[in-house]
Design a protein around this ligand. Structure first.
Ligand code: TA6
Length: 290
């Protein structure tokens, strides 16, 4: 299916009426709507839907490097490459009532010049009622071991960032603004927002709740194989400096990412790493202790 912006889109639907839209550019989820047809993911009002940059919104894949921590471009190159359909996704049979698509990115000759490691990066995207599951896998197809950092960057759509609370990261250590030198410890009971936040929370629980009071909606993020969680909102000043982000867009977005950053993942030849992320939503009666 072709979207209005010209990029071909894969659309997954399920019987209750929710849907997901995926583009091969970046292997990126760009929309997730619930059964009431409300959009759950943020997409920038100034998003640019073409190379060379990643699309600002949805769920970009950061690989083989998160942030600027290595020699590669910020957040690696997987998010601005054209992925393909994966014809060999056999080890993961789809569960009942799920609609899925399997994508793959393989290193090209060009990629090998900037990151000389041959790999296969797979992403299964599955939709069921109220739930979006992403399963990334990385296979080392090289003759030597390599390591990488990784993140699924979830741009969540929120009604008003000042009214949002994140639970599940309290008392954890974190790095500030991508600087991996000094560790801080979270003191707050829950994270709230009144200015820029750009933190990598380390070794988090597998469940994080993002509570949007105004919308009476809670996102529940469950993750496996990706021990860290990045929380990012640029706030007003930084938002103005990001060309593909509307000046006011920061108010309606929050990134909470599933990530493996502090301890890079090491793969020997022929080994495969697998992660798992599940996003779901519940309405306001949700109690975070449950
Ligand atoms: O959260 C990490 C971070 O690198 C921030 O510092 C901020 O710059 C953001 O990601 C956006 O990165 P991007 O390359 O998508 O503009």
């Amino acid at each position: 299916v072709h979207g209005g912006d010209g990029l071909p889109r894969i659309i997954l639907t399920e019987p209750t009426g929710s849907s997901v839209e995926v583009v091969l550019y970046g292997g990126q989820v760009v929309s997730w709507k619930n059964d009431k047809r409300e959009e759950l993911l943020f997409m920038s009002s100034k998003a640019i839907w073409k190379a060379p940059k990643a699309i600002r919104g949805g769920i970009p894949v950061c690989f083989p490097q998160f942030g600027k921590l290595g020699a590669l471009e910020q957040h690696g190159f997987a998010r601005n490459r054209l992925w393909s359909f994966d014809n060999d996704p056999s080890p993961l049979p789809p569960a009942n009532n799920q609609s899925s698509v399997d994508l793959i990115l393989k290193s090209t000759e060009e990629d090998l010049k900037i990151w000389p490691r041959s790999f296969e990066l797979r992403l299964r995207i599955s939709l069921s009622a109220g739930k979006l599951i992403l399963i990334p896998r990385v296979r080392n197809t090289d003759s030597k071991a390599f390591l990488f950092t990784f993140a699924l960057r979830n741009y969540l759509s929120v009604s008003d960032i000042s009214e949002v609370r994140v639970e599940g990261l309290e008392t954890l250590d974190y790095f500030e603004n991508q600087k991996q030198k000094e560790r801080f410890t979270e003191q707050a009971d829950a994270i709230t927002f009144d200015g820029e936040v750009d933190r990598i929370y380390l070794s988090t629980p597998t469940k994080i709740a993002i509570i949007d009071h105004e919308k009476k909606r809670t996102f529940v993020l469950r993750k496996d194989g990706m021990p860290d969680a990045v929380v990012w909102n640029p706030w007003d000043k930084n938002a103005k400096a990001i060309p593909d982000l509307g000046d006011e867009d920061y108010k309606s977005m929050l990134c909470v990412d599933s990530a493996a950053i502090e301890n890079p993942i090491v793969l020997k030849p022929f080994e495969e790493w697998k992660g798992h992320q599940e996003l779901s939503t519940v309405s306001s009666s949700y109690c975070s202790g449950q």
